[in-house]
Design a protein around this ligand. Structure first.
Ligand code: IMP
Length: 437
């Protein structure tokens, strides 16, 4: 059985939760390897369709920030790898939610080397000003990864030794108070009170803290199905994204190696997820952004949960046409073996559909995605206009049932990127999905 990666191919929010859940239906393990509470993966399905006895309502919705989406499937163990940054209070809350849904069969494993987001991290982020300058999620992601790289971070394993945890916490807090002497909020932080609260929250998950590397390799060795669920996406990757308007982790294929200890050679399928258009939250260049009517039409009003408003922050997302230059770059960097196109239903009823097939930079036409954000900022999209369709397509379950123009749109994307499209999502519900093969 295979190792499968599910990765965002754009600027995030591609609906990785639904696809990871779908791919993980019969998986033994679902693994997160990067990011932390900046991610927000929503999974929606008819009650009980995850193999549980249900939650009592007819439609169940689960929002995960830390636990991999596949863990909501009965029998699938959720693994949080060393490349993640874990916020203990959120983790305790999500584990409670998972146990509420699955009872005793809920299972997670937490890498002992995963770093922790601690209460001072969001505060440091606001004191450093990155929330306003970069439009971050303000969850303390950057400062937690800074501590990791500076080799002073606290890790999950430290939670197992309360004395060591409190000492390290106190030392770091002391240094931050020295660095920001004018912060009244930071000054009010008390080590004993905060560490007691964290250690109490950790009681609910400390038995799951372990060395996850042999677990994953043993699983792959014995032909178990292991799904790696990316958070954020290629263009937010710390190295391959539009730096500095990026997150602080590796959201691309290499993130699995460094964030879970599993090399790409162990992956049989590398699935890239793209929307049928493009969206991004936060600051940074976005060549195909539409600020007028089309942008609003693609975003939706917020009346529906699937409209383009952040799962984690509620912020309206910037929206625009599909950028094939960026998508091809993502396919190259990640080595996608297949593509999933989501939200095709949102394009129904438009007068025409545009896709960017090149950029114009200083009068020259280019097709390589620039590696510098300031150069990308100067790029004008070169569009190809494709015919649209009027029909509502959320009830279609086979490619042949799609309007011919919708089929040719999908084919155009497939041909340009050079990667086959294996799944088309036509709605946010689990069953609103077309498998192409
Ligand atoms: P951070 O990850 O909170 O540091 O934010 C850095 C950038 O990544 C900002 O532009 C955020 O809006 C963006 N970002 C982080 N997580 C997500 C996500 O899950 N979806 C979309 N954008 C994200």
């Amino acid at each position: 059985m295979p190792g499968i990666a599910v990765l965002g191919a754009q600027w995030g929010d591609e609906g990785k939760g639904k696809i990871a859940h779908l791919v993980s239906k019969d998986a033994d393990y679902c693994v997160r390897f990067n990011g932390g509470t900046n991610a927000g993966h929503t999974v929606v399905f008819e009650d009980g369709s995850n193999g549980s006895s249900g939650t009592g309502s007819s439609e169940a919705e689960f929002k995960f920030h830390l636990i991999p989406s596949g863990a909501i499937n009965k029998g699938c163990i959720g693994v949080m790898g060393n490349g993640m940054v874990l916020e203990p209070f959120s983790l305790a809350k999500e584990i409670k939610m998972l146990r509420g849904a699955l009872g005793d069969s809920a299972q997670v494993r937490i890498s002992e080397n995963a770093h922790l987001i601690l209460p001072y991290h969001p505060l440091i982020e606001s004191l450093e000003g990155s929330e306003s300058a970069l439009g971050t999620t303000a969850k303390g992601i950057g400062p937690a990864y800074q501590d990791k790289v500076a080799r002073r971070g606290l890790r999950a394993i430290d939670l197992l030794d309360p004395k060591r945890f409190s000492e390290k916490f106190a030392r770091n807090l002391y240094e931050f108070k020295r660095k920001f002497p004018d912060s009244i909020e930071l000054d009010s932080f008390e080590t004993v009170k905060i560490t007691d609260e964290i250690l109490e929250a950790a009681e609910s998950f400390k038995d799951s803290i372990t060395n996850t590397i042999p677990i994953l390799h043993d699983a792959l060795d014995s032909n178990k199905k292991v799904v790696f669920e990316g958070a954020q996406a290629c263009l937010l990757d710390i190295d391959f994204g539009t730096y500095p308007y990026v997150t602080s982790s590796h959201a691309t294929i290499g993130g699995i190696s460094v964030g879970a200890g599993v090399p790409a050679t162990r992956l049989d399928r590398i699935i890239g997820i793209t929307k049928a258009f493009t969206s991004r939250v936060g600051a940074g260049p976005f060549p195909t952004e539409e600020v007028g009517e089309i942008g609003e039409r693609l975003r939706g009003t917020g009346a529906n949960p699937w409209d383009e408003f952040g799962t984690t922050t509620g912020r309206p997302r910037r929206c625009g046409w599909l950028d094939l230059v960026a998508l091809k770059y993502a396919a190259r960097v990640n080595g996608f073996t297949e593509l999933v196109i989501v939200k095709l239903d949102i394009l129904s009823g438009l007068d025409e559909i545009k896709v960017a097939t090149a950029y114009k930079l200083d009068g020259e036409v280019i097709t390589d995605f620039p590696s510098q954000a300031d150069i990308l900022e100067r790029c004008e999209p070169v569009y190809e206009t494709l015919p649209s369709w009027d029909e509502e397509i959320r009830d279609r379950r086979a490619v042949e049932e799609l309007p011919p123009t919708a089929r040719s749109y999908v084919k155009f994307v497939e041909d340009y990127v050079g990667v086959p499209i294996s799944i088309i999502s036509v709605g946010r519900m689990f069953e609103e999905t077309i498998t192409t093969s």
